[in-house]
Design a protein around this ligand. Structure first.
Ligand code: MN
Length: 353
């Protein structure tokens, strides 16, 4: 197991590589090129520059998140073959600098949704909050506007301005895509990229849907046991795997997250470990990592992964904003550093028996 930490890149992240390098047990960063629109080939120079910065800071860059999938691929639109070819070219370029895992998602239009980005908790910290009623009643346009107001101009991954410019039309395009058609479009993509993933020795690790239930009338894919199994059966290459995001899967109280970890551990190549607290009516907020603060038992989840052969990369997913820190919602330095130390402690205890 290797512990890694998400970094959004120079100019996009107030957290520096030096900060990250000082956190105990962190070996690498999970990077992305924030400025790259979905569907375009990532420039070699930009990949190399990012890689050189990371290595110079004493860290590794084995995991990339996210190489976003163009909507044409998800919709099965006529332009998809060209976009898939671009995707494969990006995979080839990432493999040249030794990238071993690509985390991506196949969620239509939006990568994630919360009602509040900086919800105050009684201890004075701030965290992301999900009001199910609010999300079911709002529109994506209204939500985008709300995020822009709450985060003062930071471009959020999944809510980039170029994506939002066409959001209404993009969502409308899905009215003609049934859930079954969506599975077929997914298979088409997997069948095209997996031979390359094998050749390049890259594990493709799909991220679960966040939240794991339908919003805005859009299809869902990776949200429960049955659908995870169906996804893995679409293409049985060992390179077709999962990012096991405890917070995304755990947002549905019906998901037994330790049981899912045990069942699918051999196909998990990357894990996002965070906790959340369920409230009434499907609401939840993202809590501190230890069991006393949330509804998930991260010890049980990590033990289930380890006992069933998991040997991939782990990062603390979101954290709260604590100690007055200002930054990207979910991606401050301090609480994620506390979270990764908690994860490292659990792992050390598991290894020592
Ligand atoms: Mn996640």
């Amino acid at each position: 197991m290797q512990l890694v930490f998400r970094w959004f890149g120079e100019g996009h992240d107030p957290v520096t590589l030096e900060h990250i390098h000082q956190i105990p047990c962190v070996e690498g960063v999970v990077c992305t090129l924030m400025d790259m629109p979905a569907g375009e080939v990532w420039p070699e120079e930009a990949i190399q520059k990012m890689y050189d910065q990371v290595v110079a800071a004493g860290l590794t860059m084995d995991v990339i998140e996210s190489v976003n999938i163009h909507e044409d691929i998800k919709l099965g639109a006529p332009g998809r073959d060209e976009k898939i070819a671009n995707y494969i070219e990006t995979m080839k370029r990432l493999s040249k600098v030794g990238v071993k895992v690509i985390c991506y998602n196949f969620m239509p239009v939006l990568d994630w949704a919360r009602s509040h980005l900086y919800h105050p908790l009684p201890d004075g910290s701030e965290t992301m909050f999900f009001s199910k009623e609010f999300i079911l009643e709002t529109s994506p346009e209204a939500l985008a506007k709300r995020y822009a107001e709450q985060c003062g101009g930071i471009s959020l991954p999944g809510w980039e301005p170029e994506r939002l410019a066409h959001i209404k039309d993009t969502i409308a395009a899905y009215e003609n895509v049934s859930q079954e058609q969506y599975w077929e479009n997914t298979k088409y993509f997997l069948d095209a990229i997996m031979p390359w993933a094998e050749k390049l020795d890259i594990k493709m690790a799909i991220h679960p849907d966040d939240p794991p239930f339908p919003i805005f009338g859009l299809p869902r894919l990776i949200n429960n046991r049955e659908n995870i199994q169906r996804f893995l059966n679409l293409n049985t290459s060992p390179n077709n795997g999962l990012t096991f995001c405890t917070g995304s899967l755990g947002a549905d109280p019906d998901n037994d997250v330790p049981a899912l970890a045990a069942e699918f551990a051999s196909r998990v190549y990357f894990a996002h470990i965070r906790n959340l607290k369920h409230l009434n009516g499907g609401d939840f907020f993202e809590s501190a990592h230890p069991k006393a603060y949330g509804s998930l038992d991260l010890y049980a989840i990590l033990k289930a992964l380890r006992d069933n052969g998991f040997d991939g990369y782990v990062r603390p997913d979101h954290g709260r904003m604590i100690w007055g820190e200002k930054g990207r919602p979910g991606y401050g330095l301090y609480d994620r550093a506390l979270g990764i130390t908690y994860i490292a402690g659990i792992w050390e205890a598991l290894e020592r028996g």
